[in-house]
Design a binder for this molecule. Structure first.
Ligand code: UDP
Ligand code: GLC
Length: 382
C-alpha cells in the first residue's frame, strides 16, 4: 500500500478538509493528514485515533487569499519556505505528498523537491472562477506544471476548468468525494419531529440550507426566496469560516429587513448535519457561481431528502434534473422559490426525487470507492 501525507493549510472544517479527514479515517494506517494551522478537523482526527501531523505556517502565508495581489504572495513566500523545510523532513517517511489546497500546493511543491518525493495536487476549486486573482491562478498552474506528477480533481468540471486555464490534461484524474451510505438510514419522522421540537421550530414545512456562510454560497439569494414563499420556515446551517464575518452580519440584517426573524433560524456551524438534513422537508443549495463539487448536495440526497440546487460545476454531475433532484439557475431567487414550492406542494414528486436521488448517490459516491480511487492515484504517482 502506497503511504501518503495529505497536507492542508488549514484544519478548519471546510469541504476540502472534510474530504481529507474522511479518507484518512477510512483509509489505511499509512495515510496521514498534515495541517499547517489548527481547527476542528485536528481534534476530530485525533479523537478517531488518527492524529494529524501539525506544522506551523506563518501569518503571512495564511493571509494569502484567492484574490491576493503579487505583493501579498511575495510576503507569504518566506513563510512558505520555512514551513516547506519542516514538511520536507516529515515527508521522507511517506511515498507520496498530496497537497489538498492551493496554499498547501506551494509548500508541498518545495517540500517534494527537497525530500525527493512525488507530488499530487488534490484540486478542490474551479480555477477559472473570477474570485481567484490572475496571479494566484498563474502561480498555482505553474507550480502544478513544474512540480505535480498528477492532479486529482473533485469533479469533471473542476478538471475541465483546470485544462481550460492551461493545466496539463494528461495529469488530471477525477476523484469524487465519498460518503458513508449509512446516512441513508437517518430519515426517521419520529427523530425529525424531536429534533425540530428541540430547535423550537413550528409545524410549518422546513427548508434547510447547509454550508459555510460566504457570499458565493448564496445565502442572500436563499433569504430572498424564503421571503417570497408563504407558510414555510428555514434553517441556515454553517459558520462564517475563513473570515466571512461581515457577510454573516449582512445576511442577518437582510433576514430582519425581510421580516424573516420568526421564520428563519441561523444555527451556526453544526456537527450533526446529517441529522439536521434528515429533519427537513427539502434541502436547498444556492451557490451563485459554479460549485466545484458540492458535498452538501450529495449528503442531503444520501439522507433521502429532495434537493433543489443551482446548476453548474460539479452539481450538474451529481443531480439529473427532474429525476434525482431539481436544478435552478444560480442567483435566481424566484426560480428557487418556485422549485422549492413545487416540491413542498407535490409530496409524490418529492418522494420520487428523494428516493431516486438517494439510490443514485449511494451507488456513485461511496467513501469506499473514493478510498479505492485515491489508492490507485497514489500507486500511479509513487
Ligand atoms: N458542514 C458542517 N457543518 C456545518 C455546515 C457544513 O459539517 O454547519 C459540512 C457539510 O456537511 C459538508 C461541508 O461542510 O460536508 C461543506 O462542503 P461543500 O463541499 O458543500 O462546500 P465547501 O464549504 O467545501 O465549499
Ligand atoms: C471545495 C469546494 C466544494 C467541494 C469541496 C470538496 O471546498 O468548494 O465544492 O465539494 O471542496 O471537494
Amino acid at each position: 500500500m502506497t503511504s501518503a501525507l495529505f497536507v492542508s493549510h488549514t484544519g478548519e472544517k471546510g469541504g476540502a478538509e472534510l474530504f481529507l479527514t474522511d479518507i484518512v479515517k477510512a483509509g489505511p494506517q499509512s495515510w496521514r493528514a498534515c495541517f499547517l494551522s489548527g481547527g476542528a478537523a485536528v481534534q476530530d482526527l485525533a479523537a478517531s485515533g488518527r492524529p494529524p501531523v501539525m506544522l506551523s505556517a506563518g501569518e503571512k502565508m495564511l493571509s494569502i487569499r484567492r484574490d491576493s495581489s503579487v505583493g501579498v504572495l511575495l510576503r507569504g513566500a518566506a513563510d512558505v519556505m520555512a514551513v516547506a523545510w519542516q514538511l520536507s523532513r516529515r515527508a521522507k517517511d511517506y511515498d507520496v505528498i498530496c497537497a489538498n489546497s492551493q496554499k498547501a500546493l506551494f509548500v508541498c511543491a518545495l517540500a517534494a523537491k527537497l525530500s525527493g518525493r512525488p507530488l499530487v495536487w488534490i484540486l478542490h476549486d474551479i480555477v477559472t472562477d473570477p474570485a481567484f486573482s490572475a496571479v494566484n491562478r498563474r502561480a498555482s498552474l505553474a507550480f502544478a506544471r513544474l512540480f505535480a506528477k498528477l492532479v486529482a480533481v473533485n469533479s469533471g468540471e473542476t478538471g475541465r476548468a483546470f485544462i481550460e486555464a492551461g493545466g496539463e490534461a494528461e495529469k488530471v484524474r477525477i476523484v469524487y468525494n465519498g460518503f458513508d451510505p449509512a446516512r441513508g438510514e437517518l430519515h426517521d419522522p419520529g427523530k425529525a419531529a424531536r429534533l425540530r421540537a428541540e430547535l423550537g421550530l413550528g409545524p410549518a414545512p422546513l427548508i434547510g440550507l447547509f454550508g459555510r456562510l460566504s457570499e458565493w454560497k448564496g445565502q442572500h439569494v436563499f433569504l430572498e426566496a424564503v421571503a417570497a414563499m408563504e407558510g414555510v420556515q428555514a434553517i441556515i446551517v454553517g459558520g462564517a469560516l475563513f473570515g466571512q464575518e461581515e457577510y454573516e452580519a449582512s445576511i442577518r440584517r437582510q433576514a430582519s429587513r425581510l421580516g424573516l426573524d420568526d421564520r428563519v433560524r441561523f444555527l451556526g456551524f453544526r456537527s450533526d448535519v446529517p441529522e439536521l438534513m434528515a429533519a427537513t422537508d427539502v434541502v436547498a443549495h444556492t451557490s451563485i457561481v459554479a460549485e466545484p463539487f458540492g458535498r452538501v448536495v450529495v449528503e442531503a440526497m444520501m439522507c433521502g431528502r429532495p434537493v433543489v440546487a443551482t446548476s453548474g460545476g460539479g452539481v450538474t454531475e451529481i443531480i439529473r434534473d427532474g429525476e434525482t433532484g431539481l436544478l435552478v439557475p444560480p442567483g435566481n431567487a424566484a426560480a428557487l422559490a418556485a422549485a422549492l414550492g413545487c416540491i413542498l406542494s407535490h409530496p409524490a414528486l418529492a418522494q420520487r426525487l428523494a428516493q431516486a436521488g438517494r439510490e443514485d448517490v449511494s451507488r456513485r459516491f461511496s467513501l469506499e470507492e473514493t478510498c479505492r480511487a485515491v489508492s490507485v492515484l497514489l500507486s500511479e504517482a509513487a
